[in-house]
Design a protein around this ligand. Structure first.
Ligand code: FE2
Length: 408
């Protein structure tokens, strides 16, 4: 490598960046017994008559009754409960949800659930406010703006979120992903107004989370944190958040899985870790996992936990400036970071694989239903995924094939 290129690379990984932006407008309240004050808090964000968005499984746990009581105690009205969100959110469900909000005269939304529920509610608030279909709003930074589209984006109706899993971080992000099941495509919408106005992080809402889902969603947060710190779009603001998320994950993830219902502290810290880890600057782990979900139904967190160690090894072998970013991750996990670049990758990867194994997650794609003959399709999907462009080390078709083989 020429000296000048090397300098540019080093600048990229350690210096003052030419450009980045950082924004976190969602008001986060974290602590104990906060569901009871949901109404008091959401009123401050402009809500008066609320539609609760959730799914039937969560409703059956009794959590929605507590949310309703919390809203009305604070002086808000509950317009209705929309509990028809499927496991894999869908564009037609979003449109029905927005319609239902109009029928019941709601002026605001509260999402109580995991990623699918939250993303459904986000897209529904958008449709409720601006009309149209989900597909018509697809894309990044395309929501209606003042000044002939050049000014500030127009506000949408207030949305509050009570996450019931600790992983996706959607409660504090500006992105919503919903599936168009007819066309078999994933529709992504992202713009500043989609940041929820309020996120309520109360461990009581994750009490009934099954251990397998706690483990998988926790590994999704782990992947967000590691990819956030090591992708080409890293920034000091992002690293401040995701490195702290890694410390919380180190100390709480396994506890939250093995003794979930009893360990309120671990579950509370996991909610905070997930909210700190979320970012849209990801890399090849997400690029590999998205097609595993689309083609073979592998849950997002499970796919990430399987693919993550392999991508970490690959990236650490991509040069010392990149490996140095991973050394900071290795130090947090207290695994060997002093040796050769490849050795750092190995140390982190082994640590992660052992962690996933202890939590009962599958560690091979074949265990999660991916057949060997599926690899070419998965490689195509990964190459076409936008997150590939942010991976610290370039990934060719051959490299993805090797990575999938290793993960199989
Ligand atoms: Fe993710």
């Amino acid at each position: 490598m020429e000296a000048s290129t090397e300098a540019a690379e080093a600048q990229q990984w350690a210096g003052f960046k030419d450009f980045y932006q950082s924004t976190q407008p969602t008001r986060i309240i974290a602590g104990r017994d906060l569901i009871a004050s949901a109404g008091f808090e959401f009123m401050k964000e402009g809500a008066a008559r609320v539609l609760i968005v959730t799914d039937e499984v969560i409703r059956a746990t009794g959590l929605i009754d507590k949310v309703e009581a919390g809203l009305t105690d604070g002086g808000l009205e509950v317009g209705g409960v929309f509990d028809q969100v499927p496991q894999d959110s869908a564009t037609d469900v979003v449109e029905r949800c927005a319609e239902y909000a109009k029928e019941v005269g709601a002026d605001s939304f509260i999402a109580v659930g995991g990623g699918s529920v939250i993303d459904t509610a986000k897209a529904a608030v958008l449709i409720f406010t601006h009309g149209g279909t989900v597909r018509e709003h697809e894309g990044f930074y395309l929501m209606p703006r003042a000044g002939d589209g050049m000014g500030r984006p127009e506000d949408i109706a207030p949305l509050a979120v009570i996450p019931t899993t600790a992983g996706t971080g959607s409660e504090v992000s500006m992105a919503a992903v919903v599936k168009d099941h007819e066309e078999k495509v994933k529709v992504e919408i992202a713009d500043f107004p989609l940041f929820p106005r309020l996120a309520i992080l109360d461990p009581a809402s994750t009490r009934t989370l099954p251990p397998a889902i706690a483990a998988a969603t926790g590994m999704d947060a782990m992947t967000h944190a590691i990819e956030g710190h090591t992708c080409t779009d890293w920034s000091p603001h992002l690293s401040a958040n995701v490195l702290q998320a890694l410390r919380l994950l180190r100390d709480n993830l396994e506890r939250a899985v093995t003794d979930g219902p009893n360990d309120e502290e671990a579950r509370g810290n996991m909610l905070i870790a997930a909210a700190l880890a979320i970012n849209l600057n990801l890399g090849s782990v997400h690029a590999m996992s998205h097609p595993c979900g689309a083609h073979y139904g592998v849950p997002h967190g499970v796919a990430n936990s399987i693919n993550l160690p392999h991508v970490v090894r690959y990236n650490c072998a991509g040069g010392t400036p990149i490996a140095n970013r991973f050394r900071e991750v290795a130090d947090i996990f207290d695994v060997e970071s002093g040796g050769a670049d490849e050795a750092v990758g190995d140390a982190i990867a082994t640590h992660l694989t052992e962690l996933s194994g202890r939590m009962g997650l599958p560690t091979r794609l074949s265990e999660a239903g991916v057949p060997e003959e599926g690899i070419p399709t998965l490689v195509d999907g990964a190459l076409g995924d936008g997150t590939t462009l942010l991976n610290p080390r370039e990934v060719s078709e051959e490299a993805y094939t090797e990575l999938y083989r290793a993960a199989l």
